[in-house]
Ligand binder design. Sequence first.
Ligand code: SAH
Length: 216
Amino acid sequence: MLQDTYRHKGLRKQLVNLIRSKGIHDSGVLRAMETVPRHLFMDSSFLEFAYEDKPFPIGSGQTISQPYTVAFQTELLEIKKGEKVLEVGTGSGYQTCVLMELGARVYTVERQKSLYMRTKLFLPTIGYNPKMLIYGDGYKGLPVQAPFDKIIVTAGAPFIPPELKHQLKPGGFLVIPVGSDNQVMKRIIRTGDSTFGEENHGTFRFVPLVEDKAFE
Ligand code: SAH
């Protein structure tokens, strides 16, 4: 069932070449994406779409992010082995696994219960074990486990949740798409106790980061 064949590996190599041609140069990021079997994160009847550079529905109205977007956000994070990383929006768990391939210790939060349960059961079956996979509201971050070296938000945020900025270590990064219809990819850098730098890195389109709704 959970097979990763030469055909899959070949398709993945082509996808990585495409992502490289679109401007991703970090060799660690490209290697991680060549390793994680994206087809296993989607329903097997959609196999032919797994290695296209497109987002894809994963149920509960959510999507697995476009591979280029995953690569772009991951590159901006500049992950070093052993870093403690918070991901907001676990979804399929694909991005989670890319971060783990780079040696990150990943804490990930999902607010949709059905997705949370599915991904929590699924990841260990393909050999990935995040430090924590939590059902909750990512706007609040994880105050008990904070601070983090890096934080990534994988849904479009209407504003930058202040809690997330304050759960960064000094020198840490928050990579977050901000906006309602389209989003600007922002990288926030904690430069001091209460000082932050902010960079813009182009426009993207994400499903919305949902605030304080019933968690179903
Ligand atoms: N990283 C995922 C992308 C999933 S899409 C992947 O690789 O597949 C974004 C996810 O963010 C969705 O699963 C959605 O349910 C989740 N989400 C939306 N609002 C959230 C919130 N407030 N807290 C945590 N997760 C949230």
